[in-house]
Design a protein around this ligand. Sequence first.
Ligand code: GAR
Length: 210
Amino acid sequence: RKRIAILISGRGSNMSAIIAACMDPSFPGEVKAVISNRPNAKGLETAKRYEIEAIAVDQKAYADRQAHEQAVLAELDRVKPDIICLAGYMRLLSADFVRRFEGRMINIHPSLLPLFPGLDTHARALAAGMRIHGCTVHYVTERMDEGPIIAQAAIPIEPGDTADSLADRLLRAEHRLYPHALRLVLTAQVRMVNGTAAVLRNPESAERAD
Ligand code: GAR
């Protein structure tokens, strides 16, 4: 099974969804480490309960972004993941860091990209009068929230929805989407080719090959 590292900053509910998917022995990967830039992230406690290595690399303990990233890199060099999943990791990564893991680092974003990159996506979707909202799993590239799209899920926006109600409902879709997208990547049904997410093989032939 492929080695997965997850980077978080807080609650870690998407992390939990990935861990839960990996409990099925037929899932093509297993979570080897969870790293948080915030030592008090709730997700670190959750990871420990699952007996997964939970590492805090406190950004406040380092002089600048570069020094902090070096410390994260040192942990990743030790863990040797095949793939890195960003799951609510709320710190921008430098171009150097991103290039190093090109094609091997994916992120979940709470909007139907390329709509609403950045923060406050639920409020912005409501303000724009959208009738649907959604989430996107994409490869991480140097430009934030612009990497090639691997998979998306959409939900309807209902009358009376608030940013909070929308966020809650979308989160449930995120928890289904992220393990699905991760499986596509781990089984090489999707790969990043020439800066776009290419569908390489149909699921049946991919299943047989793996
Ligand atoms: C999720 O909704 C995720 O899509 C979002 O943060 C939340 C993390 O929740 N990510 C971003 O906004 C990335 N820019 P979680 O810690 O419970 O998975």
